[in-house]
Design a protein around this ligand. Structure first.
Ligand SMILES: Nc1ncnc2c1ncn2[C@@H]1O[C@H](COP(=O)(O)OP(=O)(O)OP(=O)(O)O)[C@@H](O)[C@H]1O
Ligand SMILES: O=P(O)(O)OC[C@@]1(O)O[C@H](CO)[C@@H](O)[C@@H]1O
Length: 310
């Protein structure tokens, strides 16, 4: 079974307007209330790609109920731990540019955290555990290291899509897949990454320290996959960008869906990039048909440092 885990879910209040001016009254023309948080997005896309999975994490209050109900309606299985706190609402403003206002994650009690640990302990060999989204600093890295160690001991594939200082400490344990975007990769090493050679160099460092698959997403410039044996580049297809929120999460879903089906990293990478772009070209997350339509436009080729033009 594939389990996703969102420590800090959200309702993504997504508002479209032709022009947005900060400090003024702006009127929106179209609004949506999507269940959000990176793990939840991964679960929703996996379901659309026909891959059974279960969304874990913490939800509470009226927003928590909304998220649970929405997922149930879509046929996405969930098993959230209840919090006393109301789950956050993240505001996504879509005008000429994309502006985001993300709320803080929940403060979790020792009992709530222990309940999640138990769920991970109860997982089986070859299950997947996808920890995605921000990890509140109030929890401390030891907790996540414990989850990672359980995965290692039980041979559970551990996938990480998070950022910030916690990522640094978790990456000291073996991880099956990590997907930083270019900026997050730079933050990990406290450098500014501006070219493909650097993307390769720092992704390779993660592989050398034990991560099996590193996918660095680069928005409209596509993505790079680095493993022990290979380094590949994929272009992103051209299309009209509508909403890039969840594009990175969709890349993770596409990668997992294809890898779980074929066990081939290059194929998974290509399907992942198609999934990311398919989401960028819609308001909500991608559907399977969108991904399949884009697949032919994704070229995957070996990264050669000598060929770098970027
Ligand atoms: N402008 C774009 N045009 C085409 N594809 C895009 C565009 N932006 C994103 N994508 C697709 O989505 C993938 C992930 O995008 P990105 O690097 O923006 O992820 P991210 O920063 O993790 O996003 P998020 O956190 O919003 O999910 C890219 O590798 C690409 O396939
Ligand atoms: O605040 P975090 O946890 O870093 O990110 C949360 C979030 O921005 O990520 C998803 C898109 O990737 C959205 O659904 C959600 O609002």
């Amino acid at each position: 079974m594939i389990y996703t885990c969102t420590i800090a879910p959200s309702i993504d209040y997504t508002a479209y307007l032709s022009e947005f001016e900060s400090g003024k009254l702006n009127r929106t023309t179209e609004v949506y209330y999507y269940p959000g948080g990176k793990g939840i997005n991964v679960s929703r896309v996996l379901k659309r790609l026909g891959i059974p999975n279960k969304a874990l994490g913490f939800v509470g209050g009226f927003t928590g109920r909304y998220i649970e109900g929405y997922l149930k309606n879509e046929g996405v299985d969930s098993d959230f731990i209840e919090t006393a706190e109301v789950t956050r609402i993240n505001v996504k403003i879509k005008s000429a540019t994309e502006t985001e206002l993300n709320g803080p994650g929940p403060e979790l009690t020792a009992d709530q955290l222990a309940a999640l640990t138990k769920k991970v302990r109860d997982m089986n060999e070859y299950d997947w555990f996808v920890l995605a989204g921000s990890l509140p600093s109030t929890i401390g890295p030891d907790y996540f290291l414990e989850l990672a160690t359980i995965c290692q001991t039980k041979n559970i594939r551990f996938v990480l899509d998070t950022s910030g200082p916690m990522l640094n400490s978790i990456l000291t344990t073996p991880v099956f897949l990590v997907k930083p975007n270019q900026q997050e990769l730079g933050e990990l090493f406290d450098v500014d990454i501006t070219n493909l050679t650097d993307v390769y160099h720092y992704a390779r460092k993660l592989v050398d320290s034990g991560t099996e698959h590193v996918v660095v997403s680069m928005g409209g410039d596509g993505a790079m996959l680095v493993t022990k044996d290979t380094a590949l580049i994929a272009n992103a297809p051209n299309g009209k960008v509508v909403n890039t929120v969840g594009a990175g999460d969709s890349l993770v879903s596409g990668f997992i869906a294809a890898y779980a089906t074929h066990g081939d990293a290059a194929q998974a990478f290509r399907f992942g990039v198609a999934s990311g772009s398919a989401t960028a070209f819609r308001s909500d997350l991608c559907e399977k048909e969108d991904v399949e339509t884009l697949l032919d436009q994704i070229e995957v080729y070996p990264f050669e440092e000598k060929d770098v033009t970027k």
